[in-house]
Design a protein around this ligand. Structure first.
Ligand code: FE2
Length: 199
């Protein structure tokens, strides 16, 4: 998947070297290993979500890790934007209903992302009709449900170490305050009712 913006588009919050390494080495590495694992198997031409679900069902942790990381990173690139918008009326109303205000939600999202232990992902999601914050460890994903992902923040160290060294909080605050792609979240929220997971 190509980046939806240039490698330097998120500066000064996320540097181009970070994006080039993250997308060109880490994400590309997961794609390469997934493709190698499915080559010549019945999953060779399957949708990525089907590959993830099949790997989970068959307890193929090795394939699951690679394929889920492919999906998570694709979702992450689209969760960031050099020109962040705001929640639209529908999503804004749902956030106010469930969290009081957008500011309160962002504070909670930031706190969870900073506090998440080890590698993983912190998601804004829709679960049973409510706007929730969910955390997953390592490659674990919402790609196949049960919650519908709206946005995600990568909290693996490779997402910020070149820019921030060990200071995850500086990276998380920059993402939540300057880079979240609310237009993407708005579209995901609007289509959530019609969202179907692979069976
Ligand atoms: Fe990552």
């Amino acid at each position: 998947m190509p980046l939806p913006y240039g490698a330097d588009a998120l500066e000064p919050h996320i540097g181009s070297e970070t994006i080039e390494t993250h997308h060109g080495k880490h994400h590309a590495g997961y794609v390469k290993k997934t493709n190698a694992a499915i080559a010549g198997t019945p999953l060779a031409d399957a949708a990525l979500e089907t590959i993830i679900q099949t790997a989970a069902d068959e307890k193929d942790q090795k394939l699951f890790n690679q394929a889920a990381q492919v999906w998570n990173h694709g979702f992450y690139w689209h969760s960031l934007s050099p020109k962040p918008d705001k929640p639209d009326a529908a999503l804004g109303a749902a956030i106010e209903r469930d969290h009081g205000s957008v500011e309160a939600l962002l504070t909670a999202l930031s706190e969870q992302a900073i506090a998440h232990f080890g590698s993983g992902w912190v998601w804004l999601a829709l679960r049973d009709g409510a706007i929730v914050i969910e955390a997953t460890h390592d490659a674990a994903t919402l790609a196949t449900g049960p919650a519908v992902p709206l946005l995600v923040i990568d909290v693996w160290e490779h997402a910020y170490y070149l820019d921030r060294r060990n200071l995850r909080d500086a990276y998380v605050k920059a993402v939540t305050e300057k880079l979240l792609n609310w237009d993407f979240a708005n579209r995901n929220f609007a289509s959530a009712a019609a969202w179907t997971y692979p069976s």
